[in-house]
Design a protein around this ligand. Structure first.
Ligand SMILES: NC(=O)c1ccc[n+]([C@@H]2O[C@H](COP(=O)([O-])OP(=O)(O)OC[C@H]3O[C@@H](n4cnc5c(N)ncnc54)[C@H](OP(=O)(O)O)[C@@H]3O)[C@@H](O)[C@H]2O)c1
Length: 342
């Protein structure tokens, strides 16, 4: 049985969901993959939960399920920093679930650099560090002989990245088109059904689909970050956020709304890469026809189409679009780092 030591950074919605999924899947991962997942620490901004033995997940979920309660756990160490944890445990995987800042990359960027330098594999749900320093982090991982995986940051349970990296190996990707943000797709779907923007956004927020501050989503930057990372990974390219023309859904021109409501048409916010275009990357509103492979992707669902030289057009859609889906994507990346038969 391979022991996999894990440090989790950030115990918000995704961090908690990951913790829960790992708890549920511990026995399954032992039996199916021969992996013994050992979560040693949950690290927060002001301290960490750390015990010399793997944490007892059911005890934590039962007695200390929230951040404030976690601080009452006898294993809570106020002021304990990630850098101290990384050097006190045999390296395994750092799971990064702190908020994304796509301009500074912090706090995740610093966490990722420390972990990679310390010989830890990294699995991240946070987009910010990769948007800011994709090439640098990849090189650091290579230098230290460890893996950097980020399904959780690229539409999570939708296997967009795996499709590009594994399923399309050997093919040249000419074009990528993706509905990569659940909030904007939900709002556009409800607007097609007759709601106005404000009503649709409020409904998305009341259902927990949209964040209280939805600006990164509705202004297109979340989609921009994801198409950037997927394109850079698929093409081994070096695009930055400044290379992307970004449009959101906050001020939709009336003619597009009208066209999008016509029979057999739909208005979608697409993240796009096209090798033939002068500006190869953009996030823009497009009216698509029923024949388009992403036409049926509605509500908070996501989907992506890759157009290639040898495999033609390949589309994948679906995947749970919530923190649990993201937690499961993080677990998938951990399994794929260690499984032998891949
Ligand atoms: N929500 C989703 O469905 C989803 C899906 C895929 C990817 N993501 C990405 O996953 C990441 C986490 O999302 P989330 O929804 O779980 O966010 P969240 O609920 O805001 O949780 C973030 C957690 O990180 C903690 N934190 C902040 N700064 C920290 C630091 N310096 N060191 C350690 N911990 C720190 C926060 O603590 P405090 O509360 O004390 O500040 C909070 O517990 C984000 O980058 C997001 O973009 C989210």
């Amino acid at each position: 049985m391979k022991k996999v030591n894990i440090i989790l950074v950030g115990f918000g919605r995704v961090g908690k969901a990951f913790f829960q999924v790992v708890h549920e899947k511990t026995a399954f991962c032992q039996e199916r993959y021969g992996l013994d997942l050992r979560l040693y620490s949950i690290c927060e901004i002001d301290g960490a939960l750390f015990s010399p033995d793997p944490l007892d997940a059911s005890h934590i979920l039962e007695r200390f399920p929230s951040l404030s309660l976690m601080r009452e756990n006898p294993y809570w160490k106020e002021g304990l920093h990630l850098r101290d944890l990384l050097s006190s445990i045999e390296p395994g995987v750092l799971v990064e679930c702190t908020p994304s800042n796509i301009r500074s990359g912090e706090p995740g960027l610093n966490h990722l650099r420390q972990a990679l330098d310390g010989g830890w594999h990294v699995v991240t749900a946070s987009t910010g560090p990769l948007v800011v320093d994709f090439r640098g982090l990849r090189e650091k991982a290579k230098e230290h002989g460890v893996k950097l995986k980020f399904s959780g940051a690229t539409a999570a349970a939708l296997p967009a990245l795996d499709m590009a990296l594994y399923s399309l190996a050997g093919a040249e990707v000419y074009r990528i088109e993706g509905i990569l943000n659940g909030t904007t797709n939900y709002i556009l779907t409800r607007m097609k059904e007759g709601m106005d923007y404000k009503q649709a956004l409020e409904e998305a927020q009341s259902k927990g689909i949209a964040e209280p501050d939805p600006s990164l989503d509705v202004e297109g930057w979340d989609t921009a970050s994801k198409i950037l990372l997927i394109t850079n990974a698929a093409l081994d390219a070096d695009f930055t956020l400044d290379d992307i023309k970004v449009e959101g859904i906050t001020a939709i021109p009336t003619y597009l709304l009208v066209q999008g409501k016509e029979e057999g048409k739909a208005l979608k916010l697409l993240g796009r890469f096209s090798k033939e275009e002068k500006t190869p990357l953009e996030v823009s509103l497009k009216v698509i026809e029923r024949s388009h492979p992403l036409y049926g992707v509605n509500g908070a669902d996501k989907g992506i189409t890759f157009t290639t030289d040898t495999m033609h057009s390949v589309t994948v859609t679906g995947g749970k679009s919530d923190p649990r889906g993201a937690g499961a994507a993080l677990l998938k990346d951990i399994i794929n780092i260690y499984r032998k038969n891949l």
